[in-house]
Design a binder for this molecule. Sequence first.
Ligand code: PLP
Length: 361
Amino acid sequence: MTTPRTETVCVGAGRADQPGAPLNVPPVFASSFRAGGEYDYARNEGTPTWDALEQVVGRLEGGTATAYASGMGAVAAVVDLLPAASRVVVPADSYTAVRALVAARGHTVDLRDITDTDAVLAAAEGAALLWLESPTNPLMDVADLPALCAGARAAGVPVAVDNTFATPLLQNPLALGADIVMHSGSKYIGGHADLLIGLTVAADEELAARLRTNRVLAGATPGGMEAFLAVRGVRTLALRVRQAQESAGVLAERLEQHPKVSRVRYPGLPSDPGHKRAAAQMSGFGAMLSFEVAGGAAEADAVCAALRVVNAATSLGGVESTVERRAKLAGQEHVPPSLLRLSVGCEHVEDLWADLDTALG
Ligand SMILES: *Cc1c(COP(=O)(O)O)cnc(C)c1O
């Protein structure tokens, strides 16, 4: 048999294969298991449902996965690996709660423009961790992951990559040289805006074991229903991402031509500064994009209020398209005031375009 392709892994990994087993691992609602078997107490050994999710995401990313109560639970497990009072290099444009958590745990946050590879590597020298996100939230900056991972490795600095935007289908940071991949499974992996879950994946078994130990001790365990829904979500991940990505490419091109749009950021656009890097390290450009509405914050808010098919809501990665003016949030002072972040979903692209065009008008 040939090595299964990612679509096949999404559908088939993590299933029980003994005769008579349910085709899909059910949600196991158990904290405690009969003594003498593989499982004992859920926080320690996990559950069959968590295992199913970890197996499929681990296979997709090429390492050993651990699931947590949320994406931030996964981030916390990584941050907990650091010695006290460490310095961590973090992208200046990135998920703000990551910065806040690193600071809250008493570490120094060293914010850098991750598109500047030399500057990031100079800063990484002597740091305890290089945290990366690519493409970034919400400016869609693209980091040169192979160069940054190689440089950091040479300097002895571990690299963790938040791969939430790219999904495990389009970018595999471990294969590009990273030590840890982190996902907010609340986004594309779940895919329906109905759960919170997070994952770490590490190829090094000792590192994976340390992350797992953190879950045992810190206790950020996923819920049984959430893990079940996340597995169910992964089964259609490839279909959803392919559809959403195709629509995102069309919308990005049309938005770029629209008289009421002053700038579009989508790595799939040949005009985008991140295009070459993204083409080299991703197998697709994803379904997230951002654009600036001509005028200012008031004009952008009016667009959000006028949209009917696209939902004005936070979060991303669901079958439903969502839009948000990010500069209104704390910690997003660097974001242009009229920038709208668009998570393209699985609605028909012409319905999405008609909605955007009408709202912009
Ligand atoms: C949502 C998100 C997180 C945090 O994940 P939660 O599941 O909300 O805890 C981290 N990074 C990125 C890029 C995200 O979009």
